[in-house]
Design a protein around this ligand. Sequence first.
Ligand SMILES: [Fe+2]
Length: 300
Amino acid sequence: MKSKKRAKRVGVFGKALALLPVSCVLLYPLYLATQLDTVFETYASPALPKAFDGLRIAFVSDIHYGSLFMENRVRELVKRVNALEADIVLLGGDYGEDSEGAIRFFDLHPGFHGKFAVLGTVGNHDRTLPESNFPKLLKRMAQEGVIPVVNDVWTLEKDGRTLAFASIDDYFNGAPDFEWVAKLCREADFTMFFPHNPDALPETYSLSNQLFYQLALCGHTHGGQVSILGHAIKSSSDYGDRFLSGWYRENGMDILVSNGVGTSGLPVRLGARPQIHLITLKTADTEQSTISRQINKGSK
Ligand SMILES: [Fe+2]
């Protein structure tokens, strides 16, 4: 009788143990989506004029403010970004889940701060219908101190040299004007191109002025959001895993694709931790650019 009771107890305990990994597997993606890493990138390029050596750029993409990323998390995010004391803050788009949500994001008065400027482009979620929301969004961005860079270029001048920050309208849902943006960058000594979607990049390779930028910063893919062994379960890119996450070099240009901050569809992530970036630009004596990164894992 006694041994039967023990056997029963072991049986219940064993069953609980067997269930634990299952619940962990189910809960871990929810937990991961609540994390936020800061990735410190040092990008050294022989093409960068000495005037901009040491410039620090914060890059933040795919916030997806809404039911999956609420106001308290936006406040925490802005605090984290502003604490980096970047010279320029670049916002990579997808502020909300749709164009209404993107406008509501700026209605929060998020308060991003950069020493010289806060620049923002737009993503596919920001460019949903009605079309009349687009000018409203650009206006709200400007009112909140975020300079909209959409089929446009913003430049920083120092010691007679020009650093350009260029972007297009969203590649999927907008009207990107590559030729126009390339033209605007013609006089720049170094150009950072930050379209929301890295799928836009191959189209620039065939432009008449194909080398109009040296460094591209993109979001959109969310690192796959749910990725296993470097493969997205469901890719948001027409190129599959070609621009999944991290650094790439194509056609002479360096490309950084961010995992972004928020989530879309479901509040889950796997193999793609949420992240923001602080990129320090360096002038290099090397023939090719070099990149080093240090990841500070965070909890919010
Ligand atoms: Fe996104």
